[in-house]
Design a protein around this ligand. Structure first.
Ligand SMILES: NC(=O)c1ccc[n+]([C@@H]2O[C@H](COP(=O)([O-])OP(=O)(O)OC[C@H]3O[C@@H](n4cnc5c(N)ncnc54)[C@H](OP(=O)(O)O)[C@@H]3O)[C@@H](O)[C@H]2O)c1
Length: 320
């Protein structure tokens, strides 16, 4: 029987369990994909942390798991095993990147056909399965901050999943990129075309030293007070600062808040439209997907513990 990783309750990664599940059939406008790699993202553990949802344990399903528990795993790559009656241009055996999807920590996923993009032959499974969520978020953040040729952009959290994408995309657009990261990740960021600086006390001065010409835009993937304050100190126009994470203080500052929370811009169309270009760039090697570690499905909780610690340089990936 195919396996799926699900949270059995709200809490910490030890609530994750591998359970068995029947293969679902493709909807008329959808496909079934055998998963070869599923990207791990912070949203996965946030979904079952209890932060977003009220706990409701009243109605348990056959596996003894509350029906209200969220599915996790929002992106993957794999091989099409069934094609819905109304779907054209897709065949069984096609290798595809799948996003958005739910419940991708599994042997098989069902997805609407609009969620799949052909996987370039030269792109590895782990890279293909962990490229799109961070890539589309980076595209949105850079767009919202108006980053383009001639800009000097400060990237907070440059060594994280979203940051590594943004650093490369901003550099490819002709911007000068300054990226914050722990010291051990500076060599990687230099390799990707950024000027790395350490976060922590004195950050604004370190950025000024690297960018005497001034900073014209900032994108925040760290969500700390420091990232917000330094961005506001260095960038003249708050509308040229975008942030995908952080506290409610951001709402009073005039910066662009992106995502799915109240008052945030989800950028759904922009993100959807960016997927094909990201896959093409990754396939051609002009955009590197940095994979930090790969785990079997059964070790999803270990992957989440490392992710929650927040310092993995690159993507964590599950391989069924
Ligand atoms: N709104 C949206 O649409 C959206 C989409 C995707 C992600 N997100 C959110 O954005 C955040 C980043 O996601 P991600 O996938 O890039 O996470 P990630 O891969 O875990 O990266 C975390 C980054 O934060 C840096 N960091 C850790 N502690 C820091 C500190 N004290 N000061 C500054 N930087 C620090 C890390 O740097 P070092 O490793 O070098 O220490 C690393 O670059 C998460 O909160 C995620 O939930 C939001």
């Amino acid at each position: 029987m195919p396996r799926i990783v699900r949270p059995t309750a709200y809490g910490t990664p030890d609530v994750l369990a591998v359970t068995e599940t029947p293969i679902q059939q493709a909807a008329a406008d959808g496909v079934v994909v055998e998963v070869r790699a599923a990207g791990v993202n912070p949203i996965d553990w946030k979904l079952y942390s209890g932060a977003f949802h009220d706990v409701d344990d009243d109605h348990k399903d056959a596996a003894g798991i509350a029906a209200s528990m969220p599915s996790i795993g929002l992106e993957c790559a794999g091989v099409v095993t069934e094609v819905g009656a109304d779907v054209t241009g897709v065949r069984v055996g096609d290798e595809v990147v799948v996003y958005p999807v739910t419940a991708a920590y599994a042997d098989y996923v069902t997805a609407p056909a609009t969620s799949i993009i052909g996987k370039p032959a030269g792109l590895g499974w782990a890279e293909a399965g962990s490229l799109i969520l961070t890539g589309t978020t980076a595209v949105h953040a850079l767009h919202a901050a108006g980053v383009g040729e001639g800009d000097t952009v400060l990237v907070h959290g440059g060594s994280g999943g979203v940051g590594l994408m943004a650093v490369q995309l901003a550099a490819a657009q002709g911007a000068t990129v300054i990226a914050t990261a722990a010291e051990r990740n500076h060599a990687l960021l230099r390799d990707l075309g950024a000027f790395p600086v350490a976060y922590g006390p004195g950050l604004a001065d370190r950025v000024r030293a690297v960018a005497p010409q001034g900073v014209t835009a900032a994108v925040d993937f760290a969500g700390t007070d420091e990232a917000l304050d330094v961005s506001l100190e260095l960038v003249a126009d708050p509308a040229r600062i975008s942030s995908i994470t952080g506290g409610p203080r951001r709402a009073e500052t005039g910066i662009k808040r992106l995502g799915y929370g109240p008052g945030e811009d989800a950028g759904a169309e922009l993100r959807d439209a960016a997927r094909g270009d990201l896959v093409e760039r990754a396939g051609s090697g002009s955009l590197r997907v940095i994979v930090d570690s790969i785990f079997p499905l059964a070790e999803a909780s270990k992957a989440h513990e490392i992710g929650i610690a927040g310092h993995a340089p690159g993507k964590l990936v599950l391989i069924p």
